[in-house]
Structures are given as structure tokens and as C-alpha cells.
Design a protein around this ligand. Sequence first.
Ligand SMILES: [Zn+2]
Length: 250
Amino acid sequence: MFSSQILLFFLLGLLLGSFFNVVGLRLPRRQTFTNDRSRCPTCKQTLSWYELIPVLSFLLQSGKCLHCKTRISSMYPIIELITACLFAYSFVRIGIQLELIIALLLISMLMMILVTDLIYMIIPNNLLLFFFPILIILRLIAPLDPWWSAPLGMFIGFSLILMIILISRGGMGAGDMKLFAVLGVALGIDKILLTLFLASVIGSIIGLLLLHLKWIKRKQPLPFGPYILLATLLAYFYGDQMINWYWHLF
Ligand SMILES: [Zn+2]
């Protein structure tokens, strides 16, 4: 019974993950994603339902378009799989509670940002403007303990990134600043600070590693989205344990 529910959240994540790919790909180009069916970006052939099954179509077609044989980016099935795993994990960790909706919204927003960040290196305003009021309302109904952790998290998240922008002049963008304000509402003051800390640590380690392996050049701009996603989820799901562990060091 329980495992069938986990499977349900996994499948929901697969389906929505495929939708997040489409939104992330089209939103920055101001294309609609409701009345136009998916087409191959190369040969413009309209795709049938069996070419649009998350992950499965990609595997069955060995990652190629059936019509023109152009390679399909492996980013699409990876986004679908990560979303599916995160949806299933959120259900296992949180159970059926209002907090589960907050977790799923948070994951949805971050996955779409991951797509836009990887392809265009931007965080669309429309996306943040969509999730911001919904998360505020949900945090009013399911408040953090203490309740002021959410508004303070929003304020500090915004202000800290603003300071980083002013000091580093171009290290981070206005999109990151607005994103951290939205994340602050969902995570609260302690975990938004932890998110920023983890994102910088993960970003530095991976940046140095890529530099060492000569996969990137010095000063080459890197998408910050993947680190923010990873840091946010670590802080959201394991923040209490990490903060507890830290205090017990002394
Ligand atoms: Zn094609």
C-alpha cells in the first residue's frame, strides 16, 4: 500500500519533470507551452504520444529523434528522473501533510530554474513571481517554528545576495537575489544561511575540480543553479541535523 503511493509520487514526478523541461526551454523565449504540441527542435516534426513518454521514449529511441536522427539532449531524461526521485523522497520523508505541498513546489521551482540556468544561464522573473505568493500563503497556513523565521529568511536571503553583488560586482545576479528571497520564505532564516554556505562550498569544490581537470577555463562563467538546487535541498531535508551537529561540536 505504502510502496504503491511512493510509486505514484515517482510517476507524478516523471510527468511533471517532462513538463518542467518544456517550461524551462520555452519560458525564457516567451513561447507558449499549452496550445502547441511538442516538436523536434531540428526537423520540426510534431511528436506522437509514444515519443513523449518521460525517460522511456529517450531510452527506446537510443536518445535520437525518430524522424531526423538528431541526438536528443540527455538533460531531458535526467531532469525527469531527478524530479521523480525527489518527489518520491519528499513523500517518504514528510508524508501526507501540508508541508509536502511546500516541498513539491520548492522542487518544481528549482527544477525549472535548473533547466533555464543550464540552457540560458538566467532565472526567469515570471517563475519567481508565480511561486513567491503561493509559498508565502502556504507558510502562513503551515508556519515555521518560530513563525518569523520565514519573513526574516526572506529579508536576509535577499540582503546577503545584494551585498555579494555589490562587493563582487558580477559574481551573482539579480535573479539569484530574488531567488534567495523566495527560498528564504520556504526555508526560514537558519536554513537559508545554511543554503548560501553550502552553495558556496559545493560551488568552490566543483569549480576547482573542473578547473583542475581542465574542463573549464579560469573566469569562465558557470551556471550557479545546480549548486543552489543541491544546497537548498540539503538544507531543507537535512538542515536541522546539520545545524544540530554543528552546535554539538563545541
Ligand atoms: Zn527530428
